[in-house]
Design a protein around this ligand. Structure first.
Ligand code: KIV
Length: 271
């Protein structure tokens, strides 16, 4: 079961303890106070104010137009209704080009209510991760498919498929951990690589298309409610199927992540 109402707010200590005890961590995105309150009622432990709001709220085809100011606004909206969940806010595109800029951007997100910031990238971000952590900004790294690099990658593609790419990604994850990251999101990688990285790290891994063996799972809320336009990615399950309300769908997500039912084999990628 997720935390119950009336329990203490979820802290990083609690998330690390859940990881140590192999209790799956549930994470979903939210960008406004109504959904923040709903996710709290459903026992979701971590709310991600993702820069995916560029897609699902603003209607852009990528996350790159999103600004720090917009992330601050949505973080404040979510934080206002948050009672228990741990809040992670994305550092948006080009807001962490050097340590000083990263600290300025992260400080704005923390002042808006974030408990942790997330940034995309591997060893090339190690200095920035270390700089932030040494200045008391908790950091979640994001590896695999990096949506902020979509123009460089030429599209949304599964990452880490070859043996070399897989071992490189494991190195990247270890480097981020050594730099002080306390969590890693793994997006669109083979399930076997999700399992391997989770085994090798001591910090929690949160998968989105990274197989069932990650320490926890995350989805974009609109995707798992089946209301995002277009064909959903393979790793998405529509939890509104068979449920009468958004609350029932989110509770089903929490149950299925906790029990290991979601993600199923059909939501994963082969190496
Ligand atoms: O912005 C976001 O919603 C994310 C998830 C896809 C993990 O980074």
């Amino acid at each position: 079961m997720g935390y119950l109402q009336g329990d203490k707010p979820i802290s990083i200590t609690k998330l690390l303890a859940m990881h140590a005890e192999r209790e799956k961590i549930t994470m979903l995105t939210a960008y406004d106070s109504t959904m923040s309150a709903l996710l709290n009622r459903c026992g979701v432990e971590v709310i991600l104010i993702g820069d995916s709001l560029g897609n699902v709220i603003q209607g852009h085809s990528s996350t790159t137009p999103v600004t720090v100011e917009q992330m601050v606004y949505h973080t404040e909206c979510v934080a206002r209704a948050n009672t228990h969940a741990f809040l992670i806010s994305d550092l948006p595109f080009a807001s962490y080009g050097d340590p000083i800029q990263a600290l300025d951007s992260a400080a704005e997100l923390m002042r808006a209510g974030a408990d942790m910031v997330k940034l995309e990238g591997g060893d090339w971000q190690a200095d920035i991760i270390q700089y932030l952590v040494e200045r008391s900004v908790p950091v979640c790294a994001h590896l695999g498919l990096l949506p902020q690099s979509v123009h460089l990658l030429g599209g949304y593609k599964v990452q880490g498929k070859s043996k070399d790419a897989a071992s490189h990604m494991l190195e990247q994850a270890l480097t981020c951990q050594a730099a002080g990251a306390q969590m890693v999101v793994l997006e669109a990688i083979p399930s076997s690589l999700g399992e391997k990285i989770t085994e090798e790290l001591h910090i929690p891994t949160i998968g989105i298309g990274a197989g069932p063996d990650c320490s926890g799972q995350v989805l974009v809320l609109q995707d798992m409610l089946g209301i995002s336009p277009g064909k959903p990615p393979k790793f998405v399950k529509n939890f509104m199927d068979g449920h009468q309300s958004i609350e029932a769908a989110v509770k089903a997500y929490v149950r299925e992540v906790k029990s290991g039912k979601f993600p199923g084999l059909e939501h994963g990628f082969a190496g």
